[in-house]
Design a protein around this ligand. Structure first.
Ligand code: 5GP
Ligand code: MN
Length: 343
């Protein structure tokens, strides 16, 4: 299908019959994939392979070391290191699965190749406001805990639950756990726990997954967190908001790598009464924001309106090309407009 005759996204259930025709598939996710992005991509990878398809997972960028234990991760291609191969795979593929993102610019430099790919494009995602006209088939459900839960549903609802194996279970559990904050966020529904019961029946050792993800850092990361909490945090009690800013020199000093800052923003919400946590990190090419909230304060809209971002109601991200100081000052200005909502 070309861009011109593409209609609005059809329900993913209309795609299920195609699963029985051996095909070539590419799976991709957002840049700097987290546990849910990598977990959903690998869960789907193992499923499609088991169904007899030829499958390649392509990550737009590198990923955190703490994902390197995952089954099949050694076969994932980093686009930035394999541009020509990626281009060829996208020219030849029948299907392109886009997981855990819903606007193509979240794949950074890979976006151009995804737009050009002349194949059936399928979306599985749980973020707000999908770019629906980009996809032929798809499911977008912001109530779902994680894209991993949606990949589990995809396998079971397409009538292929009997194909589920331990590799799929470990991959899917990773995103179920990370995107629910270890099963504490409101999206942790009964169906999440039922899916996990099923994965346990397949032999899933959940403690192993938790240890790989959360007990596998270097000393410098913990020292860095201590430093940041002590020196880079401001609590704006007037707005029930806590703010943290990380300088480029801080990242350098503590040798901070991809993934080392994941979870840092969550500390801000552990302060009594704080409803809004905002973390900005001075990355090489941009200032990257992470927003988290408790209750009704909508950080998806906040990120969209002020920092070119988006995500979920209680977890979102954004960016700025201003200096760190300028973007922090902008935050302190715009927060004033939200005083009533943050009471
Ligand atoms: P994180 O702060 O963990 O990077 O992101 C929080 C949530 O917001 C994740 O679900 C992530 O996919 C989403 N997100 C992060 N940055 C952006 C962004 O720039 N645009 C959009 N639309 N979503 C984002
Ligand atoms: Mn997710």
């Amino acid at each position: 299908m070309t861009q011109f005759c593409r209609h609005y996204m059809q329900s993913i259930s209309l795609f299920y019959p195609q699963l029985h025709t051996p095909s070539k598939a590419v799976i991709t996710m957002h840049q700097k994939p987290d546990g849910d992005a990598m977990g959903s991509a690998l869960g789907l990878y193992h499923f499609l392979v088991a169904m007899g398809h030829q499958v390649q997972v392509i990550s737009p960028t590198n990923w955190a070391d703490f994902l390197d234990w995952m089954p099949g991760v050694d076969k994932v291609m980093d686009f930035e290191k394999n541009r020509e191969k990626t281009k060829k795979l996208l020219e030849e593929t029948d299907w392109l699965f886009c997981l855990d993102f819903n606007v193509l610019h979240r794949t950074k430099n890979l976006e151009k190749y995804l737009i050009e790919a002349n194949c059936t494009k399928i979306l599985i995602d749980h973020h707000e406001q999908p770019q629906e006209d980009t996809f032929d088939f798809g499911v977008s459900n912001t109530k779902k805990s994680s894209t991993c839960e949606m990949v589990y549903d995809f396998i079971v609802d397409s009538g292929n639950g009997s194909v589920l194996n331990l590799d799929m279970a470990e991959s899917i559990y990773t995103g179920l756990m990370t995107d629910t904050g270890s099963f504490r966020f409101p999206a942790t529904s009964a169906s999440v726990h039922r899916a996990i019961a099923h994965l346990k029946d397949l032999g899933l050792e959940h403690t192993k997954v938790h240890e790989h993800l959360y007990d596998n850092f270097l000393e410098n990361r913990l020292r860095f967190i201590g430093f940041a909490l002590m020196n880079r945090m401001e609590v704006l009690y007037e707005f029930n908001t806590a703010l943290m800013y990380i300088k480029h020199s801080d990242l350098h000093k503590y040798d901070i790598r991809t993934g080392d800052t994941e979870g840092l923003v969550n500390y801000l919400l552990t302060i009594q009464g704080i409803k809004f946590g905002a973390l900005v990190i001075d990355r090489d090419e941009e200032r990257k924001w992470s927003f988290r909230s408790k209750g009704r304060f909508d950080v998806n809209t906040f990120a969209r309106m002020n920092f070119e971002g988006g995500g979920h109601v209680n977890a979102s991200g954004g960016r700025s090309s201003d200096s760190l100081e300028e973007t922090v000052n902008k935050f302190k200005q715009v927060i004033k407009e939200y005083k009533n909502q943050l009471k």
